[in-house]
Unconditional design. Sequence first.
Length: 244
Amino acid sequence: MVAVENETVTIPAGKSDVVPAEPGSVPASVLGSKKEEELLDVREKAVEAREKALDAREKASLLKNPTFLALLAAFVALLGNMFVTYFNNRTLHENEKSQEQSNLVLQAIRTGKNPSESCRNLLFFVNVGLLDDPHSTIRNQCQQDPTSVPSLPANPNLLFDTAAVSVLNGVVRDEFSHPIQGATVSAVGSYSVSTDANGAFLLSLREATTNPVRVTVEKQGYATTDQWIIPSLSAQLITIRRLK
């Protein structure tokens, strides 16, 4: 019961004097949980930002660490030495292979001035894989004009008879001593040939001579080079330069 201005008002049993929540309002307990979630989210982002700042600071300090820089320089130097060693070994292997194949060619054409026999020997070595012929230069030359293939005296003592050895033997390289493959080598009174993977070429002359022969080397991307070389069984170096 409630007294109102000297009157007594009876509140029915089961009724409460608490004002009910208005429709659409959010209970205080729900608001509290949302605030806690927002606080947790802010804290997580703050921790994440702090961790990123610490990582950045550690990386920056690592780059300024003398020990780390010394180890990094040593590692780079090691890689450089490995590359140089690999390149030198590869170049040495290619030179040895080129020398072996040059000797094999000389043995094949030592047929006593018999070009057909020289072709047969050369093709045999090519077919069994002992002699490289990447551009089919030997095969095409022997098929088209086998009489143009050089032939040496069967007697090794006559190898230095310049009248019998009408061959231009050489190697084409760039200014860095890298072998140039696919360069076209030509000379007056001779056929044109292409250099192999080792930059080597063997050019036969139509007429034997003891005089120097002017050789022209051409390849796309390189300056055309003319050089006088003496007919010989020894390989002579021709250097061409890349166009800038």
